[in-house]
Design a protein around this ligand. Structure first.
Ligand code: VG1
Ligand code: CO
Length: 604
């Protein structure tokens, strides 16, 4: 082996080395047998680490993915491989590098230390040009998102396409079919491990020809993209204004790698505004899910906890999940529901965010997300789409130029700047709105607050009271039975309305009930069984879905929504306003009877 500086032309970057193997590395064809249950869910394959570390388990899934892609996306291709840094990522990256070499991939790009947030991967696929002028064709993202990490917790992997978005169902279905019949995989076992802690290019003579691994800075491409979207100067003015205080909690996920660069270095926030911003393999033992239950420290800091003195609370708080595609937005003692958040961003985007100054192309939400966005779309005359849960459905609309801003109730918000939801983008969007609303008021006594913005929005558009009940790790058979029961009930609406009248005569009546089915307006593909809906005369909705991201048992999600147009009634406590509908939902579904649970695991 000889270690020498990279070729001329790369010398402007001082830390690049090319490691040339004198002997070509060999390709092994390893016989294997299939594993059950390698079906990608809402967002990739997620299982316990103990499952992933079984011999051949990861290999089978990676080879099944290569075999599902068209030849030009493998042979000679450039792949991004990185993730949220959770336990087992480092080992998985080396395995995928060796399998890529054996499958004829030309180069693999890895974020330093294997870290890239999900939105940063999307940005890298779309925006980055390699040192030799190459562009990425796809990515393996190593994350189980908001699920905990560590030797006894979850690992995950998903494939993203050349547009930067998650593989569509046509591809994930093919991957799953391949996992059922796989008999062998290819790997260059004697390819040395690459040091992913050091930025630089390593060149190998792989079994299929030249093969390079480039390790690059995890944040630069993403930071550059954010600077092209937002007015950093006006956000900086807000963040450095003496009246404004800020707090960001990365829950020890990969968002920490971006928060310091963007909020502190670029925008002038104080370092002490960052909480849990060192990425950890086990997320510090926590559940990296940005909601009122799991983001405990932030919730307490923002005065939403039980023991709060109300002294010196920050004006604005936000949190991210493990892979930094989710966001929770908080004001002082105030929670913004994600469904309201996307509606408010859409309503203010053109004024407050330079990227949208030419107008919005259209907006979209996932089916269970509240209809707050629908009202904005109607008022602004924007094209509107309702898609199934999971970000992959937004991608086609965006590629076709039909959608600028979109969101999900599950703390996911984003735009067509990439093809994933984007946690830090959402925070920058909110800071932009705050900066815009306060532009003539920075030195004033009191800033326009997050709460003011939300209340003004309700006054103008009405309020969608909204809550979600999650029943985690329920017996899978019981969950299926509950869903089957709900579908059966739908055959007689008068029967449904009799039950409702018996439980809560003050609740409006069901006028329609179905299982949500989606026909993609761009490619015509149809997705069935995307959630059970009960639609009420007054615009209220109950939705039931089984989660597609859990790793054990089943998770039942119950989404509850009620619209209030009367601006004198938009200030109620949401759990109190929704109590009658909740009661109806639990009775209709026989929740306790089927699951044995008298209360949900998490309420958001
Ligand atoms: C959940 C959310 C969904 C989101 C998905 C991936 O899926 O409900 O809205 O797109 O997670 O987000 P499910 O099938 O469990 O309801 V992430 O941040 O986990 O990639
Ligand atoms: Co996530």
């Amino acid at each position: 082996m000889d270690l020498r500086p990279a070729q001329p032309g790369h010398t402007h970057c001082p830390i690049i080395y090319a490691l040339q193997l004198q002997n070509k590395s060999l390709k092994s064809v390893v016989p294997t047998t299939s594993f059950d249950g390698q079906k990608p869910g809402t967002s990739g394959l997620r299982k316990k680490v103990k499952v992933f570390v079984q011999p051949h388990y990861l290999h089978n899934f990676v080879q099944s993915t290569f075999n599902a892609l068209s030849a030009e996306n493998v042979r000679g291709a450039t792949l991004v491989v990185s993730g949220d840094g959770r336990y087992f990522s480092k080992e998985a990256i080396q395995i995928i590098i060796k399998m890529s070499a054996a499958n004829g991939v030309r180069r693999v790009w890895v974020g330093q230390n294997g870290l890239l947030s999900t939105p940063a991967v999307s940005a890298v696929i779309r925006e980055r040009t390699g040192l030799d002028g190459s562009k990425a064709t796809g990515a393996f993202i190593l994350t189980a998102s908001h699920n905990p990490g560590g030797p006894n917790e979850d690992f995950g992997i998903k494939y993203n396409m050349g547009n930067g978005g998650p593989a569509p169902e046509s591809v994930t279905d093919k991957i799953y079919e391949n996992t059922k019949t796989i008999q062998e995989y290819l790997i260059a076992e004697n390819l040395p491990n690459v040091d992913i802690a050091v930025v630089g290019v390593t060149c190998f003579t792989g079994p299929e020809g030249q093969f390079d691994v480039e390790v690059f800075d995890s944040a630069s491409d993403y930071v550059a993209l954010m600077k092209s979207i937002f007015d950093f100067q006006s956000i900086r003015k807000l963040l450095t204004s003496p009246n404004f205080t800020f707090c960001y909690d990365a829950l020890h996920g990969v968002a920490g790698a971006y928060a310091k660069r963007i909020f502190v270095e670029e925008l002038g926030a104080q370092e002490c505004s960052l909480l849990n911003c060192t990425p950890k393999e086990d997320f510090g033992g926590g559940h990296p899910d940005p909601n009122l239950t799991y983001a405990k420290e932030l919730v307490a800091r923002m005065g939403l906890g039980k023991s709060n003195t109300g002294e010196g609370l920050p004006e604005f708080g936000a949190a991210a999940d493990g892979d930094a595609d989710r966001n929770m937005i908080l004001g002082k003692r105030f929670f913004v529901t994600p469904s309201d958040s996307v509606a408010i961003i859409a309503a203010n985007a053109v004024d407050a965010i330079p990227y949208f100054s030419g107008g919005l192309k259209g907006v979209a939400r996932s089916m269970p997300t509240s209809a707050a966005l629908d009202v904005v779309a109607k008022k602004l005359g924007l094209e509107f789409f309702e898609v199934p849960t999971g970000w992959k459905f937004f991608g086609n609309l965006m590629d076709a130029g039909k959608c600028s801003v979109c969101g999900e109730e599950s703390f996911g918000t984003g735009s067509d700047h990439i093809r994933e939801k984007d946690g830090i983008w959402a925070v920058l969007a909110w800071l932009s709105i705050l900066a815009y609303k306060n532009k003539d008021n920075f030195s004033g006594q009191k800033l326009v607050s997050v709460e003011d913005i939300v209340r003004q929005h309700w006054a103008a558009y009405g309020r969608h009271y909204y809550t979600r009940y999650d029943y985690e790790n329920v017996d899978a058979g019981a969950a299926k039975e509950l869903m089957a029961h709900l579908v059966k009930l739908q055959s007689s609406l008068s029967g449904v309305n009799d039950i409702i009248k018996g439980v809560r005569p003050d609740v409006s009546k069901v006028v329609d009930a179905d299982e949500f089915e989606y026909k993609d307006p761009v490619d015509g593909s149809v997705s069935k069984h995307q959630g059970i809906r009960y639609l009420f005369e007054d615009g209220s909705r109950l939705v039931f879905r089984l989660s597609g991201t859990g790793s054990e048992g089943a998770t039942i999600r119950l989404y509850i929504e009620q619209y209030e147009k009367d601006s004198s009634k938009t200030g109620r406590d949401s759990q109190e306003a929704l109590a009658p509908l909740v009661e109806v939902a639990l009775k209709l579904s026989k929740m306790e009877e089927f699951t044995g649970r008298s209360s949900p695991t998490v309420i958001t």
